[in-house]
Design a protein around this ligand. Sequence first.
Ligand SMILES: [Zn+2]
Length: 627
Amino acid sequence: MKIKLLTLTAWTALTLMPVAIHAQYPGQIEEMTKVKVNVPLKALSFNYSDVRLLDGPFKRAMEVDQRWLKEADVNRFLHTFRVTAGLATGAQSLGGWESLDCEVRGHTTGHLLSALSIMYASTGDEQYRTKGAELVKGLAECQQTLGKSGYLSAFPEYFIDRAIKEEIVWAPFYTLHKVYAGLLDQYCLCGNQQAMDVLLGMCDWAYNKLKPLNEAQLQGMLNSEFGGMPETLYNVYAITGNPKHKELATLFYHNSILDPLAARKDSLAGIHVNTQVPKVIGEARGYELTGNSRSATIANFFWEAVVKDHTYVTGGNSDKEIFSKPGILSDQLSENTTETCNTYNMLKLTRHLFTWDALPTYADYYERALYNHILSSQNPETGGVTYYHTLHPGSCKKFHYPFRDNTCCVGTGYENHAKYGEAIYYKTADQNGLYINLFIASVLNWKEKELTIRQETKYPDEASTQIIIDSAPETGVQMPVMLRYPSWAIDGVTVKVNGKKQHVKKVPGSYIRINRNWSKGDVITMEMPMSLHIEYMPDTKEMGAILYGPIVLAAELGKTEDPAKNPEVPALIGDFKKIDRCIQPVDGKPLTFRTVGIGQPEDVILSPLFRNYGQHYTVYFKFTDKK
Ligand SMILES: [Zn+2]
């Protein structure tokens, strides 16, 4: 045993490289990739390490997430892997979906690898990289012990055989994908070479396992949920340039789901949402690396169909995890609406599409879903996260917890609250211009331009933001800055540069382009007054939700004593063309309103859904318009 351990130690020696980049979106990891993005682009992503959050709701949510990451015991997260490999483990088993008898055990370990990588890149705090490296080392030992094939999992390999034979088994490739993705993030964001070695072994195993299968066997296997396998395999291919990795990604092309989308046909009704979104993300990444325009059609059509016809006011989708009929949502409001993983994945897809076309529509959707679903999914006191972010009238948020529940949304939850810096800023594709998409207090360090740009804002409590050039080269930087003019800002915006008002010709849902030579100390201010508006259900004007700017308001319906017992939900009867008369602000409380004489049986207080926890609420009301 001693000799074996020594061998393992040598095999698992760490090579840490000074990189802090991510493998997923155009503009990132270019210097590490052999296969370059091969399609026309309008925008490029910054790296996580280029952006640091300043105080505000997102930084606070990130700090709550950090508590869980710090508390995570590496040995507990390796426990089921060690049991499967036959290695000694004295650790206490994790609960819920990570129990030893749960078939998807191991998925959370993959998410933790990703979250630790992202948190390290987003903060520079070494403790997250160190913990990630300990996990990788433990996983490498398990892989080595399991044999030479490269197989690594917290469940035995016969689960995969069951999926191939279309026997009953719970999503083994879905679970493995989290480990693949986590190892890739460890390599890309933390420079952990051992993670890449383990990952390449897993790729060899998968290739040898799946390559001999015929098309019918593969398509049968793909009926079992397989997460983002194709996306991660395309990302591996980008790094290695090995055609086997591209071929492996294409083996996960699922005909019955993707062919109709390529024909621009919405056949989504009745199918499981979170099984499908990652398949489309895989197509998006495949398009970027191969230039296959059919894959772009799939991604573009799917995004349009989902956002237009299957999405609630919060940016979330699904009832009981299923797509409804297109445009029919008013009778799809069970307790189990909008799984949080779905929106995690829709935001990933949105980030790809934004780099292709830089359309403000994508940024509008991103903002809507980020505030009203992702930020809203976290209990700011306990750090619990929602699985279903319920829109059932009168219900309340029910939170799942790390270490105890370990559901899929706990896994994506670790990542969600670590990566709020990722989509605030983009570069133009020629790297000579800046998009400002989100109004989140932060600092952007644009190394190539020697620019440090600080965004100071109390948004959304105050509907304004200030962009300050903290440092720039002596000669300044001539470039356009594209400020997002949100689609909800129907009362116009006021933009000033160094106090001088700019003439704004644009309309809501566009970018305001300011091209000048930027110097240290320059300041842009933008005021964008919010207004109240109702967004009706796509299938009826008798049901809708109330927003203030991009913020979804929820009626406060009383403290949660018994989560299973929902209170009565008032209907609203009034002349909603005069919305400012029947819904009025509460003095001294930002983003908080009261209905005035329209609530039946009584009026209610409305406040942001993202701040609502521990009480019952409704987002959707029955409206009767009394003209
Ligand atoms: Zn989930």
